[in-house]
Write a new protein. Structure first.
Length: 256
């Protein structure tokens, strides 16, 4: 059934857009839903209705069995595939992570859909102790060679690239920010290349409480580097996200 569905989706798919393309494609929910529908056929061969559970840079759909994350050409297909591969790698090495329903994205024209098994979500936030243990188990693994180097400043760089189009940002201010970014890249680059462990890049926000336990999700910022970056985010978290500092202490106690 899965093989039949995959062939159906593939037959309707155009070649993947290259990773170097920068043209932005405006993605409507209706377009994304059609892509998600084909991806669901590939995932379990069923034709059940899909509900939108999140709409942003990616549009996420779900039915009772599957979750489908649809992106346009602004996110390279190779990046969508990487998220699936890393989740499968973590699962294979005993770390609770989101489970891919298909090993590769389903590509339809300029869109890509990654298909995941839907978890049974348990009400309530994950405990600090479970986050600490999950993070420790992730950091104990040696990162696979195919995982790209962790880019700590990727989000900052993308924001700076959009500033020239913003009339509120003066040229002198932009030049100062760009210079600061280059200095930070030079300093952090050597530091982050010193080790080759898995860095999630967005902890603790992407831990979900499920019937299986606390599960790691969303690998959009993950890479290979020094895992202390994840801990740095935790320590910075209380002031930035108004978290209780004692929660961070409990996470770190469980991590050690």
């Amino acid at each position: 059934m899965v093989e039949r569905g995959f062939k159906l989706a593939a037959a309707k798919a155009a070649p993947a857009m290259c990773a170097g393309q920068s043209q932005r494609v405006s993605m409507s929910i209706a377009q994304a839903r059609e892509v998600a529908h084909l991806a669901v056929l590939a995932g379990d061969g069923t034709d059940t209705p899909l509900e939108v559970i999140r709409a942003g840079s990616a549009i996420v759909f779900a039915n009772k069995q599957l979750v489908v994350r649809v992106t346009d050409v602004s996110v390279p297909v190779s990046e969508a595939a990487l998220h699936l591969h890393l989740a499968a790698y973590l699962q294979a090495h005993g770390v609770l992570a989101a489970i891919p329903a298909l090993p590769e994205p389903v590509v339809v024209g300029e869109y890509a859909a990654s298909v995941w098994l839907r978890e049974i979500v348990v009400e309530g936030a994950p405990s600090p102790e479970s986050i600490g243990r999950l993070l420790a188990a992730t950091h104990q693994l040696h990162a696979p060679a195919w995982l790209p180097r962790f880019d700590a400043l990727a989000v900052t760089r993308r924001r700076l690239e959009s500033f020239p189009a913003n009339p509120l940002v003066l040229g002198t201010e932009l030049e100062l920010l760009q210079t600061s970014l280059r200095l930070a890249e030079a300093a952090l680059g050597q530091y982050l290349r010193a080790k080759s462990q898995i860095v999630h890049g967005d902890i603790p926000g992407n831990v979900m409480t499920t019937a299986r336990g606390s599960v790691l999700i969303d690998f959009a910022n993950s890479g290979r580097g020094d895992p202390t970056w994840d801990l740095t985010r935790l320590l910075h978290g209380p002031s930035r996200f108004a978290r209780d500092p004692s929660t961070v202490e409990l996470i770190l106690d469980a991590y050690v």
